[in-house]
Design a binder for this molecule. Structure first.
Ligand code: LMR
Length: 319
């Protein structure tokens, strides 16, 4: 079994590669790709860690060697934001990166499960879907925008606010992965009650958490270690599903049942071929329902931007 990480020399890519080297089952092979040749040094470095997972590195034009027969591909490449920027401000820089990498996936490993970390996720996942469609290999059950970090943050902030043990907390987070579109469902946490003021405060803290890291890093990037860990957790769920484990429930930004928006962060059950079954988001409070009604417009706008960008890209390259 093979996992390819595209953009593996970046800070998220390195954290993800390190954790997968440690946690993947031993028959897995980890293929690291980056446009920059430094990936060869990173591969040498990581291979000095005793683990049975074999790691190989590829750079520059040699991307197909990093993708051949991949079961899972993670796109971690792209620029992070700086203080004062929103995730969508990265669109122009990162959209082309995602187009180029997805084209390579379509050519070399069209049946792989694909996870995308590159922001703005609300649009980059759509871009990848459109590129795969152009190549006749879009499998909507195999494409995921990784939003696990929102769930991790929600868990931690709820645990802090209620002094509860982390293990006993699960907070569903639906919608998208930008500001207000990140919608934690605090009303669904077992045995925990918040008053209205607390709900607003903790919801905003979860929505703002990415910006808080960006601001605290003062121009030196965004969340990398927690994002690397979050992507590892999601990746291991894919690995476990591929190995036949049943009833793995995950949340990600996917093309689901379309009830709220064509792409939407929602729960689903994983199987050997990706998403096996969509799950209902459950009952919402009035507060959550009001936010949901507002954010559907924003998510649809982000979806349109992604679709429109790819349409224009192919029109231009075909003319
Ligand atoms: C995050 O949530 O930390 C990432 O999406 C990175 C960012 O720009 O906030």
């Amino acid at each position: 079994m093979k996992i390819s990480i595209l953009g593996a020399a970046g800070s998220i890519g390195q954290a993800l590669s390190l954790l997968l080297k440690l946690y993947l089952p031993k028959h897995y092979e980890l293929l690291l790709y980056d446009i920059r040749p430094v990936i060869n040094g990173i591969t040498l470095d990581i291979n000095h860690i005793p683990s049975d997972v074999e790691v190989r590195g590829f750079s520059g034009d040699n991307i197909s060697s990093a993708l051949i027969n991949a079961d899972i591909v993670i796109i971690a490449a792209g620029k992070p934001r700086k203080p004062g920027m929103k995730r969508e401000d990265l669109f122009n820089i990162n959209a082309n990166i995602v187009i180029n990498l997805t084209k390579q996936i379509a050519l070399t490993s069209p049946n792989a499960l694909i996870g995308i970390i590159t922001n703005p996720i609300n649009s980059t996942v759509v871009i990848a879907a459109e590129v795969l469609k152009q190549h006749g290999c879009y499998h909507k059950n195999k494409l995921f925008g990784i939003t696990t970090l929102d769930i991790m943050r929600a868990k931690i902030f709820v645990s802090e606010s209620k002094e509860k043990k982390l293990n006993n907390i699960h907070v569903p987070v639906i919608g998208g992965h930008s500001e207000k579109t990140i919608l934690p469902l605090l009303s669904q946490i077992m045995d925990t009650n918040y008053n209205d003021k607390e709900i607003i405060k903790i919801t905003e803290r979860i929505q703002q958490a990415g910006s808080d890291v960006v601001n605290a890093k003062m121009g030196n990037g965004s969340a990398t270690l927690s994002m690397g860990y979050a992507a590892t957790c999601f990746c291991l769920s894919l690995v476990n599903a591929l190995q036949g484990e049943e009833n793995i429930v995950e949340f990600a930004y996917i093309e689901g049942d379309g009830k709220y928006a064509k792409f939407f962060v929602q729960p689903f059950i994983l199987g050997k071929h990706g998403i096996q079954e969509h799950k209902n988001i459950g009952l919402l409070s009035i507060f959550e329902q009001t936010i949901l009604d507002e954010i559907v417009h924003d998510i649809n706008r982000d979806i349109f931007l992604g679709e429109d960008f790819v349409r224009k890209y192919f029109e231009k390259s075909n003319s």
